[in-house]
Design a protein around this ligand. Structure first.
Ligand code: RUQ
Ligand code: CUA
Length: 679
């Protein structure tokens, strides 16, 4: 049974193409239940009857056929979305075009089904989650019970997704998590020094040398100066662009190989990595270069007014390859456990430059060829497209307008802009297809604008033109095209991430779900294929990857600890189970399989330390077992082959019926045992 299924799943990723082509799809698409006949022009027989009964128009039927995934055809979800779960602190994995949620991955909050966050050694929320050096308030952060997952960043090789790791930042608390795509589990939560918050600055460099994360609100690195923080804001607050070095084997971020570039205390916002011609550079847009601090209750202006004074804010342009050399040369200062290139050094070494961006900018998105950088102005109906070639030439020629108050050179707007396109109201984010189109979300218009880039994609009058506009429902924030952040977008679909849904779903209370709209990009006009309610968090941003890039393990080799993906020294095989008492420590080596725990009785005295090493000795995929101890908040999940180590104090006496939380077999309810804690 299991082998058949595995073959099917492998068929989906390896040999799936054979299933898709040929007569199978043709027959289903035409809805001919007799298995023959049926014309490409329309429906026949029963399919037409059903469409009529349900009041479906021919367009509805076409959309349904484009998105329907028949039972048992996993290969037909050609792409996978990795979605931030917003305030849920989790990541959602969804299939495209089905738009079905396949997985919820706990990152910054516990995920009960997978036993994530309940005290096993796989619980990086408790055992990790702080910087080795302590990021100032790490202890307080350890008690955090939520995070705001924001910008997912899939690892890349040569600017293409490689299906190895996923990084995601915590907007609220300046942390970053790493999900291992071998088993889709979170392996690291890092509390990034000198970052109190972060927004859209999370991405990987072209070959995943680094994952980047930058401050949003500037940081008070000397926490003892809170009283002066707002009055001496320009002097004592700073931004930080962080390059976290990635271990290529494990995906772990290694702080001792990482560095930061200190930035002016503007509010650094969205960021993106250079690619191909611009590899080695990063771009961070900012707002509030006015350095407004609010204070409407202390005689000041509201922040929204103070931060909207300037006609231009500043895009930060950082040469990270050069920064790497400066770090190697030792020209850094260690602040809170990380090497920092101070602002003066960044200027004198030619690492940091600024470029004017119009009207409360949002988003900086690098085109697939690395040449174009698109910035939106939230208060400007245009997108501005910069040319990297021009940026580089201006830097080399030292063609600067002036320096800002920190001495950072500001490039001349007119000498680096390639084009501007009037797209509509409230432009935010841009994605691309492979043919040289940009797709920009318009928050105020509730629309997606499709427009053309310049050469080599479009020449002369055809360049920088609005091509199409699509209404979405409603208030779009981000949007994503498949592989749209890479050098090779796979532009068949776009997903519009809408903040509001108002009337799109049945009434389910005063807070409506957010709405992911799947958009077909293959026709001349963009077309909305489906609405998908998302009732979790505020799913903020998403990356979409070809499904066949995922090389997830089907089952762990026996005795694997997911934290290392290697054999766990405490793993047991059948027959090796035992318990030992050593002073006040009770240590148990337990196996689990259908349908028993062995040993199934644990005896402890009140005050003992209990250490459990639990091995799921099953080899069959999906033969997962849970292990829960009521009232002790112990809730572990063990996939076949997996080992978990748990430690807790037996501090409450009584008899506790441990049980398997997974409906694993006909005798699942009998998969139970006792923990007896005596006075
Ligand atoms: S950024 S507003 Cu991802 Cu638009 Cu948060
Ligand atoms: Cu194991 Cu239920």
């Amino acid at each position: 049974m299991a082998i058949t299924r595995r073959e099917l799943i492998q068929g989906a990723t390896v040999g799936g193409a054979g299933l898709v082509v040929g007569g199978v799809v043709g027959k289903v698409a035409l809805g001919d239940d007799s298995g023959g006949g049926g014309g490409a022009s329309g429906l026949s027989g029963q399919a037409q009857k059903v469409a009529d009964e349900r009041g479906l128009s021919p367009d509805d039927v076409t959309r349904a056929v484009k998105t329907f995934v028949p039972p048992g055809r996993p290969d037909m979800d050609t792409h996978m979305l990795f979605c931030s779960g917003g305030h849920s602190g989790q990541v959602l994995v969804m299939g495209v075009p089905s738009m079905k949620i396949m997985k919820v991955i706990g990152v910054f909050t516990p995920e009960p089904w997978q036993g994530y966050g309940y005290g096993s050694d796989a619980d990086v929320l408790i055992t990790g989650g702080t910087t080795p050096a302590g990021g100032g308030i790490s202890k307080a952060r350890n008690t955090l019970t939520w995070g705001d997952t924001h910008h997912p960043a899939l690892s890349e090789t040569g600017g293409e997704y490689d299906g190895r790791f996923l990084y995601i930042n915590d907007r609220a608390n300046g942390r970053i998590g790493m999900v291992d795509l071998r088993d889709f589990k979170t392996k690291q939560v890092l509390d990034v020094p000198n970052l109190d918050s972060s927004h859209g600055g999370c991405f990987v460099t072209q070959n995943s040398e680094y994952v980047h994360i930058s401050t949003m609100t500037p940081t008070l690195t000397d926490r003892s100066r809170a009283t002066d923080a707002l009055t001496k804001f320009p002097d004592i607050m700073r931004g930080y662009s962080t390059f976290l070095a990635i271990n290529q084997e494990t995906g772990q971020m290694e702080l001792d190989r990482s560095f930061q570039v200190e930035l002016p205390p503007y509010t650094q916002d969205l960021a993106d990595s250079g690619k191909l011609v611009s590899d080695g550079w990063v771009f961070i847009n900012s707002y509030n270069s006015e350095m407004a601090v609010g204070g409407n209750n202390e005689g000041g202006q509201p922040l929204e007014v103070g931060a909207s004074q300037n006609d231009f804010d500043m895009m930060h342009i950082i040469n990270w390859k050069k920064a790497e050399e400066v770090v190697k040369a030792g020209k850094t200062t260690t602040i809170n456990g990380v090497r920092v290139i101070k602002l003066e050094t960044a200027v004198s070494e030619g690492i940091l430059f600024l470029a004017p961006e119009p009207k409360s900018p949002h988003g900086v998105d690098v085109a697939p060829n690395g040449e174009y950088l698109t910035v939106s102005g939230k208060l400007d109906p245009h997108v501005t497209i910069y040319s990297f070639t021009k940026v580089k030439a201006a830097i080399e020629a030292k063609d600067f307008e002036r320096n800002d108050q920190y001495g950072v050179p500001i490039l001349k707007f007119d000498s680096i802009v390639a084009g501007r396109v009037e797209v509509g109201l409230g432009p935010l984010h841009t994605q691309y297809d492979a043919e040289g189109h940009g797709y920009t979300s318009l928050f105020l218009d509730s629309a997606v604008a499709k427009w053309s880039l310049g050469e080599p994609y479009f020449k002369g009058d055809a360049a920088f033109q609005l091509v199409d506009k699509l209404k979405v429902n409603y208030n779009i924030g981000h949007l994503v095209t498949m592989e749209g952040d890479t050098v090779k977008p796979d532009g068949k679909y776009l997903v519009s991430l809408n903040k509001w849904s108002i009337d799109r779903f049945p009434a389910i209370g005063t807070l409506h779900p957010q709405n992911f709209q799947l958009v077909d990009l293959t026709g001349e006009k963009m077309d909305v294929l489906s609405d998908t309610p998302i009732g979790v968090g505020e799913p903020h941003y998403v990356q979409g990857m070809k499904a066949d890039r995922i090389k997830a393990w089907n089952v762990y080799p026996p005795g694997t600890n997911p934290m290392t993906m290697k054999p766990d020294p405490e793993a047991v095989e059948a027959g090796q189970e035992r318990s030992e008492r050593n002073g006040n420590t009770v240590e148990v080596w337990m196996s689990v399989k259908r349908s028993q725990f062995k040993p199934d009785i644990i005896r402890a005295n009140k005050g003992d330390k209990v250490v459990l090493h639990i091995t799921n000795i099953e080899k069959t995929p999906d033969a997962t077992h849970g292990f829960a101890i009521p009232r002790y908040n112990v809730n572990i999940s063990l996939d076949p082959g997996e080992v978990a180590n748990v430690e807790f104090a037996a501090d409450a006496e009584g008899s506790y019926a441990m049980y398997c939380t997974e409906f694993c077999s006909a005798l699942h309810l009998e998969m139970q045992g006792w923990m007896l804690v005596s006075a």
